[in-house]
Design a protein around this ligand. Structure first.
Ligand code: EPU
Length: 292
């Protein structure tokens, strides 16, 4: 018997991850599934558990580098309408994890709810943003979370109040689970003010980061409040190339896929960056992207 036999969810086999990551890099996932709702998700988790098959969850695929040889196990994406619901409360939005940050921002703006503008331009989903506490220096999505519900890997739904959720710099204890939903506390404000602030954040991002090539966002975490981009820039590494991958000439913490990059090219560039930064500043940079 196969682990997927009794499931309603359609399973894809040897699914190329290139098409599921913003880096446009990555070999095939052994199995790939987009369950339709929490019931299907639960059945899938139970079966995977029984057969001891590892599970990896992706959001928009914006913060990951997948190995050229691909992945063992199941890649899960909560991409169905049931995982994209948003509902409005008093100065609050309850938002499912599959919602894209850009759609969340649009809804918040239309409702005159402020607080999320700093997320403008981040190509992720709510689930991904919560798992890694996405943000910019001094502002993180975790600051706005009042409660979150998750499914554990046995299929049990749990709800955590704010006090039980720990957010750190690009980390959160929610990442141990499959995130389903979060309630965000926002502030009522004039819609035009919100729109202008979103525009400012987008403008700054475009100016400092550009938007021409596939990438995974910032590759390394900042170091004790210092911009990793600035540190890498000071090592003279902008434009440095390994085959199909290049350090951006605009923001040195971005590695760009010039069109035919492989994961191994990116990894070689990352190793070079780490080595040069260690040599020049005695700083050990840590990756922000997940390497699968
Ligand atoms: N700088 C340089 N050279 C560079 C890059 C930056 O000199 O190549 C300088 C800038 O001129 C500026 C300072 O460094 O004076 C800070 O740069 P920036 O405002 O771009 O901020 P950052 O700390 O480098 C962080 C986040 C970005 C986020 C920006 C937006 C991290 C690792 N990075 O970058 O997030 O977009 O702030 O304010 O926290 C991401 O998480 O994927 C990401 C890209």
């Amino acid at each position: 018997m196969n682990w997927w036999q009794d499931l309603k969810t359609k399973i894809k086999f040897q699914e190329p991850m290139q098409g599921h990551t913003t880096f446009k890099i990555g070999g095939p996932a052994e199995y790939y599934a987009e369950p339709k709702d929490t019931r299907q998700l639960k059945l899938l988790l139970k079966s995977a558990n029984r057969y001891n098959i590892p599970i990896l969850v992706i959001g928009a695929g914006s913060n990951i580098l997948v190995n050229d040889n691909g992945l063992k196990g199941i890649v899960l994406r909560l991409n169905s309408p049931a995982f994209k619901k948003v509902s409005l409360g008093h100065n609050r939005l309850s938002v499912a994890s599959g919602v894209s940050l850009s759609r969340l921002l649009k809804i918040a703006r239309q409702q005159g709810l402020a607080g999320l503008e700093f997320l403008a331009g981040i190509p992720g989903t709510v689930g991904g943003a919560l798992a890694m506490n996405a943000g910019i220096p001094k502002k993180n999505i975790g600051d706005l979370v009042e409660a979150a519900s998750v499914m554990d890997y046995r299929g049990k739904i749990r709800t955590f109040p704010k006090e039980k959720i720990k957010f750190g710099y690009r980390t959160s204890n929610l990442s141990k689970y499959i995130i389903l939903n979060a309630r965000l506390k926002l502030i009522k404000e004039d819609k035009r003010e919100i729109k202008n602030r979103i525009k400012e954040y987008l403008g700054y991002r475009r100016k400092t980061q550009g938007k021409s090539r596939a990438s995974a966002g910032c590759v390394f975490k900042n170091y004790k409040g210092l911009s990793a981009g600035k540190i890498i820039d000071l090592c003279g590494l902008k434009g440095k190339r390994v085959r199909g991958a290049s350090i951006s000439g605009r923001h040195a913490n971005f590695i760009l896929n010039l069109g035919h990059a492989q994961a191994r090219d990116v990894l070689r560039l990352m190793a070079l960056v780490k080595k040069e930064v260690k040599k020049k500043f005695n700083i050990t940079l840590e990756p922000e992207i997940k390497i699968w």
